[in-house]
Design a binder for this molecule. Structure first.
Ligand code: UDP
Length: 336
């Protein structure tokens, strides 16, 4: 099978590419390197069946050519990370909506399967836990740029499902919950790599707000497994799936566990939201997925323990620091 991965130089995309190659599939990556990086795929370059193009998912002829030559497209290219979204709302909305339109339009010609990546952000401020795919979404006002991300991703979902209904394009939507693991960078505000880097440098670990807010962290390896199984499940077509772990941890407890795992002497510092984010930012207190649907259709649910996840992320951050100190790029290879 040949799989096109848009955003394949990113965190989830590069792990997916590696797994596909390991099982003998061919992989074509398309990435504009806006948030992705060559470092993530360096170890894949030269492997049999691997090809990459540095280009934009907004480039209609290029996307048409690549979608046509693949059996399946996994559309991961997007503007991601809360920090980026608040800083560059125009870029977020345009990239997320237009790129999905371009990919779906290309897939419509030969009715190729497209997996569209969405996010747990679409549940917004809902307080009905755990989040089920068919529950109502509760987004905040358009005057707060934070919601532009959720809204753009919700529109991607509508578009995908509309392409199926109107034009018969097979689509599957995945809503990723806090997905973490090696190669994720803290550069765009993601909490776990940021905490790991702070702990390893013995700098204060910056917990925003009270630290009582909680999240469920899933290992990227499990997210990739879910994608592969959904890709092979005919009953997944036209459906939306939560992809995430269900073990909940407060951000304060996460900071403590990261500090312990890193053997660090860092202080844990509470930073008021007003200092951490732009004015008007709203953080979610909880976010928990219901993954019954994923398990029913694929027989799989993410189970990697938080301890193992933290261990992997700390080890990855440590390797990066050592590599950067030595003036070379860390090898992208990760033990699975
Ligand atoms: N967070 C934090 N310190 C940081 C970065 C994030 O306390 O340096 C908090 C953030 O406010 C949120 C949680 O960690 O409550 C998860 O943040 P992230 O941006 O990783 O993902 P989100 O769930 O917000 O999409």
């Amino acid at each position: 099978m040949k799989v096109l991965i848009t955003g394949g130089c990113g965190f989830i995309g590069s792990h997916l590419a590696e797994r596909l190659l390991d099982r003998g599939d061919r992989v074509q990556v398309l990435d504009d390197l806006s948030t992705g990086s060559m470092e993530n795929i360096e170890h894949l370059v030269g492997r049999e069946g691997f090809a990459y193009r540095i280009g934009s998912a907004l480039d209609v002829p290029l996307v048409a050519e690549l979608v046509d030559s693949a059996d399946v497209t996994v559309h991961l290219a997007a503007a991601v990370g809360v920090k980026l979204i608040v800083e560059k709302p125009v870029h977020t909305i345009e990239t997320n909506v237009r790129a999905t339109e371009v990919v779906l339009g290309a897939a419509a010609r030969k009715k190729k399967l497209v997996m569209v990546a969405s996010t747990s952000e679409v549940y917004g401020k809902s307080t009905t836990f755990p989040f089920r795919e068919d529950q109502d979404l509760q987004l905040g006002p358009t005057t707060h740029s934070r919601w532009a991300y959720a809204c753009s991703k919700a529109l991607d979902e509508w578009l995908a499902l509309a392409y199926l209904r109107e034009q018969g394009v097979p689509v599957i939507v995945t809503r990723f919950f806090n997905t973490v693991g090696p190669r994720q960078t803290g550069q765009y505000g993601m909490v776990l790599p940021s905490f790991a880097a702070q702990a390893l440098r013995n700098e204060p670990i910056t917990v925003y707000g009270s630290g009582e807010q909680s999240r469920c962290f899933g290992h990227v390896r499990d997210a990739v497994e879910a994608l592969l199984r959904l890709m092979a499940a005919p009953e997944a077509i036209g459906e939306v799936f939560n992809v995430g772990a269900t073990h909940e941890v407060s951000i304060r407890a996460l900071a403590e566990q990261v500090r312990d795992a890193a053997g660090s002497a860092s202080e844990i510092r509470l930073v008021p939201y007003s200092e951490a984010y732009a004015a008007g930012f709203e953080d979610m207190m909880r976010r928990v997925p219901d993954v019954t649907k994923l398990e029913r259709v694929t027989g799989f649910r993410p189970r990697t323990s938080l301890e193992e996840i933290i261990r992997d992320v700390v080890a990855d951050q440590r390797a990066r620091m050592i590599a950067h100190a030595a003036g070379r790029a860390p090898t992208g290879a990760v033990r699975h």
